[in-house]
Design a protein around this ligand. Structure first.
Ligand code: NAD
Ligand code: UD2
Length: 373
């Protein structure tokens, strides 16, 4: 049994990783400022330190006595990086440096989230890790910066790291309501309600959509590959899907007519994004990724269980679950999902549950794929 610091553990991907670590008996300490993460994403059994990853003292404190760190905390939005350059840079690059600095003291292994955004408009497709990156956004440039600093920390401090370039990740718990939501969460939310969807541009742009369970499998495997050589791996399916095809597939799974509202193409968008799985398959030993339809069915299944208009608890009980607000990270607030929130609702809105798959297994065939491998 190991103890891991998981930054961003109240976010979409982090909550699934926490679940997988806890299920195999590891201890999970989460560092999260709850800026985009949610308290209800804190998995029962995990401990939360509410603090800012760019606060070096808070990170050092959170890193005490752990065996390694999964670093996922970031402002995961290209658009916010455009509007709030210095804020996102502080979290996305300086926050990663704070993690590397704290880990370097004891040479603790760090697995961190990079992004396909580091490639920008590099080519040709599929993108290999050896492709020369050409980021198009500050977000992508900062993620590439994390990789460069990982290499430098490996050379200077012998810090073992492993970077994962996630492509377009989707699955249960991805928030469809934020202005930065991923297209799959938006389409699943709208179409499962019988509403229309917006299509930016001609809809023929393609993405490499990867289900969150496969991302978790890559994160777990990467911990054994952290090294001072600072390896970097794509986390992708190698399968392109056009946005129009995606809309049609979700509509057919929802058994609803597809109403498309055509919108102008987003500025600065990448036309095609497709990764090569070769290096990750060879080194991390990853299996065949979950198919798009299967992942979509699981996502829709979760969404239907969470779209009920009535909240699972009366608002007064929800208020009691809220963490005390804190203005600085110098005195991080610590709480435990198990002891502090014994009645955290499961995503099905029923009794507390430690795993998402337990609720969904019974509810749909898609649930049989589970999230933990
Ligand atoms: P998310 O927004 O759901 O999770 C990010 C978490 O980090 C949240 O819980 C948030 O509260 C926390 N956080 C943000 N700023 C923080 C700060 N200053 N201090 C402490 N915690 C902070 O996003 P996600 O989709 O789960 O992304 C996880 C990681 O994966 C990020 O590093 C992101 O850049 C990367 N990534 C995601 C995708 C994707 O498709 N979702 C693609 C490429 C890379
Ligand atoms: C994703 C990541 C981003 C970065 C980038 C790497 C998300 C949310 N964003 O940006 O953080 O890692 O990949 O290259 O995962 N679209 C529609 N209708 C909608 C919403 C989106 O047509 O309602 C289109 C959009 O114009 C784009 C595609 O769907 O062509 C995917 O959009 P996205 O926001 O899910 O992700 P992307 O690839 O822009």
């Amino acid at each position: 049994m190991a103890t891991y610091l998981l930054t961003g553990g109240c976010g979409f991907i982090g909550s699934h990783l926490a679940e997988a670590l806890l299920a195999r008996g590891d201890q999970v300490r989460v560092l999260d400022d709850l800026s985009t993460g949610k308290m209800e994403n804190l998995r029962p059994g995990a401990t939360l330190i509410r603090g800012d990853v760019s606060d070096a003292a808070a990170v050092r404190q959170a890193m005490a006595d752990v065996d390694g760190c999964f670093h996922l905390a970031a402002i995961a939005s290209v658009e916010r990086g455009v509007r709030e350059l210095l804020v996102t840079h502080r979290v996305n690059l300086s926050g990663t440096l704070a993690v590397f600095d704290a880990a370097a003291r004891d040479r603790l292994p760090v697995v961190y989230a990079s992004s396909a955004a580091a490639y920008g408009d590099a080519g040709p497709l599929p993108l290999e890790e050896t492709t020369y990156p050409r980021p198009l956004s500050a977000y992508g440039a900062d993620k590439l910066g994390c990789e460069q600093h990982a290499r430098a920390a490996g050379q200077v401090h012998r810090l073992p790291t492993c970077g994962l370039r996630f492509f377009n990740v989707f699955g249960p718990r991805q928030d469809p309501k934020s202005p930065y939501s991923g297209v799959i969460s938006i389409f699943c939310d709208r179409l499962s309600r019988g509403e229309g969807v917006d299509l930016y541009g001609d809809g023929e742009q393609t993405r490499d959509f990867i289900f969150v369970a496969d991302v978790v499998a890559a994160l777990l495997a990467a911990m054994d590959h952290a090294s001072p050589e600072a390896p970097v791996f794509n986390v992708c399916t190698g399968q392109p899907t056009s946005v129009r095809m995606l809309a049609e597939t979700v509509a057919s799974l929802c058994d609803t007519p597809l109403e498309i509202r055509n919108r102008p193409a987003r500025l600065g968008e990448i036309r095609h994004s497709l990764g090569s799985r070769g290096r990750a398959e060879a080194s991390l030993g990853l299996g065949t990724p979950v198919g798009l339809r299967q992942g979509l069915a699981a996502t829709l299944d979760w969404m239907r269980q969470n779209q009920a208009p009535a909240a699972p608890y009366p608002s007064s009980e929800r208020t009691s679950m809220t963490m005390p607000t804190q203005s600085t990270a110098e005195t991080p607030t610590i709480s435990s999902a198990a002891s502090g929130h014994p009645s955290l609702p499961s995503e099905s809105g029923t009794a507390a549950s430690t795993t998402w798959s337990a609720a969904s297994d019974a509810a749909s065939p898609a649930g049989t794929l589970g999230l933990i491998r």
